[in-house]
Design a protein. Structure first.
Length: 203
């Protein structure tokens, strides 16, 4: 009886282990990537804004988002602007102004987009920092950098992305991209949208 049980367990192990290995190999890695540009634009450092408070010229004017993500305004002081849309920032300013006036009417317009940039390093013709006015994909970023050099390992591209973990701690993640997979349309990752501050590394 004991020998039969051992044989059954051995047989099950022989059948299950290959299946588990196959499942693990076929499960693609997941990364925080997007293939469609965001509908809304989120503000960031160096963006130039026009803040208008209705019927109050003293509180209205042009402001620049500082590297720490804040803007400075009369009466209310520093207001966090980074990672907000222009409308959300207007609502935040109006909320802060409620302390000083009745039903403030605030609007925010983006005059200059300077916060969307990325770096391209390694085996490209013109490595460096690229500041653009519209969303770009990884291969578009490589194209802006003049394309690959003859020595580029196109299937070993990595995108280094600043990210925050579950408790808000800053960290970096590395997202692999194979050029052949993008061109052929195969593989788990396609030509995804770059985030502000991403670094494309072409070894």
């Amino acid at each position: 009886m004991l020998k039969q049980r051992r044989r059954v367990i051995s047989l099950l192990c022989c059948l299950l282990f290959p299946l588990l290995a196959l499942w693990g190999c076929s499960t693609p890695n997941t990364f925080p990537v997007q293939y469609i540009p965001p509908v809304e634009f989120f503000l960031g450092p160096e963006d130039v804004l026009e803040v208008t408070v209705w019927k109050n010229a003293d509180l209205s004017g042009e402001v620049i988002i500082r590297p720490d993500g804040y803007i400075s305004m009369p009466l209310v002081g520093d207001v966090l602007a980074a990672d907000l849309t222009a409308d959300k920032l207007a609502d935040r300013i109006a909320y802060r102004l409620n302390e000083f006036m009745t039903t403030p009417n605030v609007s925010v317009q983006v005059k200059e987009v300077n916060s969307y940039f990325f770096y391209v390093l390694g085996e490209v013709t013109r490595p460096g920092k690229y500041q653009v006015k519209s969303y770009a994909t990884v291969l578009q970023g490589v194209s802006l950098a003049g394309g690959f050099t003859p020595f580029a390992s196109k299937n070993q591209i990595q995108v280094i992305r600043p990210n925050k973990d579950g408790i808000g701690k800053e960290q970096q993640i590395r997202i692999p991209l194979k050029y052949d997979n993008v061109v052929s349309g195969k593989g788990p990752l396609g030509d995804f949208i770059l985030h502000p501050g991403d670094t494309i590394v072409v070894p």
